[in-house]
Design a protein around this ligand. Structure first.
Ligand code: TA6
Length: 301
């Protein structure tokens, strides 16, 4: 199936980004300095047969596999597995920035509602709007979650962002790192064990799949990501539920060779070219009927 991929250009700075309507997946952001910030696997499916392996897949309403084993909700939920539509009249290109918005109306969700749960039985309803804006040196995405149903629902939401690592050095700790998670609790999804993160940068030298939860009182994730010999990315993320700030967790993931080779859409030699740093609201907050939540990430190249 063919899908529309829209390009947004910021005339003043020359920056641009491309968005795939399947999952409203941001596929690329090219800064004014002409650096491609995001990674997309060369084997990524762009035909709607599965979520795009790369860019910024949107995770909602669950992170990871369903907690209820009887549910058939797909891993990471339905937001990335359905066709979104552009919000009419939302595209703009002005001096300070350019952008567009996409929306997903749950009533039009066809894939991945899951079974034996309130999303499938229609108790819950939601409208998602993704606001995307670019300047010469930053890409901002804001996921707006509006509970349009009669019932409160629990949710998790995350930007599953894939960063491009220069000169194949994702495994070289001197060039690829994540700083700013000091004091967070890291839950290793591989060993199922917790550990505290010190001040040393997280370096990638084997499969890494770790959920970092901030200490009490920390609501903004403010990170520095090493993506090559000289390049770094500043990532600032925040979230609100019904107007009040909520803590932002950060997942760091690199599959390394063996897991990448097992995935079908991720060539076994590509893991050295990427790193996922994924900010999300992972506490399982509840959004009351009629209320809104937002999650924002600013990627400054
Ligand atoms: O964000 C890390 C993670 O949950 C990993 O455990 C791995 O499963 C990754 O997401 C990719 O998941 P996907 O469903 O896109 O293959």
């Amino acid at each position: 199936m063919k899908f529309a991929v829209k390009e947004i250009k910021h005339t003043k700075s020359g920056a641009s980004c491309r968005i795939h309507e399947f999952g409203a997946t941001v596929l690329s952001y090219t800064s004014a300095a002409r650096r491609e910030i995001l990674f997309v696997s060369r084997d990524a499916k762009l035909d709607g047969s599965k979520a795009v392996r790369g860019g910024i897949p949107l995770v909602f309403p669950i992170f990871g596999p369903p907690k209820d084993e009887s549910s058939t909700m797909p891993q990471h939920g339905f937001a990335r597995n359905n066709v979104w539509s552009t919000v009419e009249g939302s595209e703009f290109d002005e001096d300070d920035s350019a952008g567009i918005s996409y929306e997903l109306d749950f009533n039009k969700v066809t894939a991945g509602k899951g079974t034996n749960n309130s999303w499938e039985s229609g108790c819950y309803n939601v409208k998602l709007i993704l606001d995307i804006s670019i300047t010469g040196d930053a890409l901002t995405t804001i996921l707006n979650i509006h509970n349009t149903g009669e019932e409160a629902f629990p949710f998790e939401a995350l930007f599953h962002t894939y960063y491009s690592i220069d000169d194949h050095s994702a495994m070289d700790g001197s060039k690829c790192f994540v700083q700013g998670l000091e004091g967070y609790n890291a839950y290793d999804q591989l060993t199922k064990r917790n550990k505290m993160i010190g001040s040393e940068p997280i370096t990638i030298d084997s499969e890494l799949d770790s959920i970092h939860t901030p200490p009490d009182g920390i609501y903004i994730a403010d990170l520095l990501i090493g993506v090559g010999a000289t390049e770094t990315i500043k990532l600032v993320c925040s979230g609100k539920v019904d107007g009040r700030e909520v803590p932002v967790s950060v997942v760091v993931w690199n599959p390394h060779e063996k897991k990448a080779a097992s995935m079908g859409d991720f060539g076994s030699d590509q893991y050295v070219d990427m790193l996922c740093v994924e900010p999300g609201l992972l506490r399982g907050d509840t959004l009351d009927a009629g209320k809104k939540a937002t999650m924002k990430q600013i990627i400054a190249a």
